[in-house]
Design a protein around this ligand. Structure first.
Ligand SMILES: [Zn+2]
Length: 276
């Protein structure tokens, strides 16, 4: 019995140290993120007078992320091609070309795909695009994807709106109108069954939540499944723990068996000595 308890104690120690390393690594990651944001703030101060584009790169990126995650998988399922007249089409994102020329080499290394210059953070690369590759933006026409943020719930994804802010019925109605307009222009119901299905899906996924009643969820149909670090860690831990659990059960049962054998031996000896 002593052997098993010692073994279990060692196992728990091992597990504890493993958990500690996981925690430490997540802390250093958070630290790096903090450093990154701090350095980007100083850069922002330096480049206050960059070229002015009246379209937010950050919000356009959020809008694109939402389209990519919560709409594109369904378009692929239906093999549906959006027309370039639809404002959700990639061609109508002012920053799409630049975003596609971002090369993420390492956690702290971003490279410009046009001139191969390297940067420590994405924010620096954004600034570089604004300063050096401004001419590549087609600023004519209304191609700002960020303008659709109201319809696409960018605030939910960017966490910029606190849940405590009071719902404004007029704003909700405006966003719903914009949203329904997108559904009709991108997926005209008279263009066949898949367009009709996608129109319905778009209304369900994005437009119905534009209400103050809080009855409707954002993106109820879900999006592309992303393997998060948390789930990865949990599954690795489970895989490691399972054999250990079986080993403990096995050792315990073996000891029980030897224990009963000992008892039998003792009782046999007792029986033998009884008659005399
Ligand atoms: Zn460059």
């Amino acid at each position: 019995m002593k052997n098993t308890s010692l073994f279990i104690a060692i196992l728990f120690l091992l597990l504890f140290s493993l958990l500690q390393t996981v925690q430490v690594s997540s802390f250093t990651q958070r630290n790096q993120e903090f450093e990154k944001s701090a350095s980007s703030r100083t850069l922002e101060q330096e480049h206050e007078h960059a070229h002015e584009v009246h379209c937010s790169r950050e919000r356009s990126r959020a809008a694109w992320k939402i389209i990519e995650e919560y709409l594109m998988p369904f378009l692929e399922q239906e093999h549906y091609e959006m027309s370039s007249k639809c404002r959700l089409h990639p061609d109508n994102d002012l920053f799409r070309d630049q975003e596609q020329h971002k090369i993420h080499l390492d956690i702290n290394e971003w490279q410009c795909g046009y001139c191969k210059k390297s940067f420590r953070a994405e924010k620096f690369l954004d600034q570089h695009f604004d300063n050096r590759h401004y001419n590549l933006l087609n600023v004519s026409g209304s191609k700002c994807l960020a303008d659709l943020c109201g319809a696409l719930h960018c605030d939910v994804v960017m966490n910029t709106k606190s849940s405590k802010t009071k719902c404004n019925p007029a704003a909700a109605a405006r966003n719903r109108h914009l949203c329904e307009g997108l559904a009709d222009s991108c997926f005209p119901i008279n263009q066949g069954p898949s367009a009709r299905r996608l129109n319905e899906l778009f209304l369900h996924q994005f437009c119905h939540a534009h209400t103050c009643s809080r009855k409707h969820k954002h993106f109820p149909r879900g999006g592309k499944k992303q393997l998060s670090v948390f789930y990865l860690a949990i599954s690795i831990l489970t895989l490691m723990l399972l054999p250990i659990f079986y080993l403990i059960v096995y050792l315990h049962q073996r000891e029980m068996r030897t224990g009963t054998q000992d008892l039998r031996r003792i009782s046999k000896v007792g029986q033998k000595t009884k008659p005399s």
